[in-house]
Design a protein around this ligand. Structure first.
Ligand SMILES: NC(=O)c1ccc[n+]([C@@H]2O[C@H](COP(=O)([O-])OP(=O)(O)OC[C@H]3O[C@@H](n4cnc5c(N)ncnc54)[C@H](OP(=O)(O)O)[C@@H]3O)[C@@H](O)[C@H]2O)c1
Length: 294
């Protein structure tokens, strides 16, 4: 068994690598963190080769790469460039969680699944075109949910629906505009669950627009910055009953998100061939939820 320290290379497209991601990495058992800022896809070859060619055999799994930063598209390009460097078994494990989008979306969908069979329900995702919302829609559709994609712009919602369909979806995706009270009323009507993934500090739904909805059973708000994304859902809510609906706030979901993030980092060092993007990170969350049920 290799006794070498666990080294994590942190690739961040922002100038200053995320302190949040660095702290979580260290709290997840990383012995030595090597943070790199302003990373672009064209830069990574030399960095990845440094990780691939220094430690051989069993010890390869003791080096891994985390891709973060606030720009998810850049992170996706970096991931492709990293994977392109690998050949045969000469590789290291890699995880993408730019903007916390994969861990947050996974945690939100898993919170919903505690209460409802996702493949049988209609879920409205508000502010769906952001990095977190896109992933929530992708996961829900892959689980067979009927997904309403909410955006102020119908064309942005439609283009997201096409993108998810192209990458493989199960449940139907309905793009809808939410720009104004009438559109919102149509959007939320008949939804079994709502997940608000709008920008920080933006209120998307007023109390009177959701608390009287007959079909609605679960409402999740991922915005932690006042005012609430869904009015009257407290950030720390974690499955409490409000007006006959079970509600989650950003911190309520964030606890599971943190567990998933830490477990995913630990998973990187179990073998040298993990590629942890949305679906793999969601699977880690599912195992955590299952283990806490036992
Ligand atoms: N709990 C956690 O652990 C955690 C972790 C990460 C992120 N978050 C939170 O998750 C949420 C989503 O994050 P994100 O980075 O994906 O968000 P984002 O990209 O900043 O925004 C998401 C969407 O919100 C809509 N939006 C933006 N400004 C708006 C406005 N003034 N009025 C109405 N809609 C507006 C936009 O959609 P359209 O233009 O298409 O309408 C945008 O695509 C944020 O609140 C973030 O703070 C929580």
């Amino acid at each position: 068994m290799s006794t070498k320290p666990k080294i994590l290379l942190q690739f961040d497209s922002d100038q200053h690598p995320s302190v949040f991601d660095s702290v979580v990495a260290i709290d997840s058992g990383v012995d030595q963190l090597l943070p790199f800022g302003s990373v672009e896809a064209v830069d990574v070859r030399e960095l990845v080769h440094g990780a691939m060619f220094t430690r051989g055999g069993e010890s390869l799994k003791k080096t891994a790469i985390f891709i973060g930063g606030s720009r998810v598209k850049s992170a996706e390009q970096i991931l492709r460039a990293v994977v392109d460097c690998f050949f045969g078994n000469i590789r290291v494990s890699v995880m993408l969680d730019a903007n916390g989008a994969n861990t947050t979306a996974s945690a939100a969908v898993l919170c919903l699944q505690r209460h409802l069979p996702v493949n049988e329900i209609t879920v409205g995702v508000l502010g769906a075109t952001g990095s977190v919302g896109q992933r929530v829609c992708r996961l829900l559709s892959s689980q067979g949910a009927k997904v309403r994609i909410g955006s102020r712009s119908l064309s942005r919602a439609t283009s997201l629906a096409s993108h998810i369909q192209e990458s493989g979806s199960r449940g139907p995706l309905t793009p809808m505009t939410t720009d104004g009270p009438r559109d919102l009323e149509q959007f939320v009507k008949g939804c079994d669950a709502l997940i608000a993934t709008g920008a920080a500090g933006v209120q998307l739904l007023k109390q009177e627009q959701w608390q009287g909805l007959n079909a609605l059973k679960v409402a999740i708000d991922l915005n932690a910055v006042p005012p609430e994304g869904i009015e009257s859902i407290e950030v720390t809510s974690a499955g409490q009953d409000v007006s006959g609906k079970l509600v989650y706030g950003a911190i309520g979901v964030g606890n599971l998100k943190m567990k998933i993030h830490k477990c995913a980092i630990a998973t990187l060092f179990e073998s040298n061939d993990h590629i942890l993007d949305l679906e793999a990170i969601y699977d880690i969350g599912k195992k955590l939820e299952h283990a806490s049920d036992i």
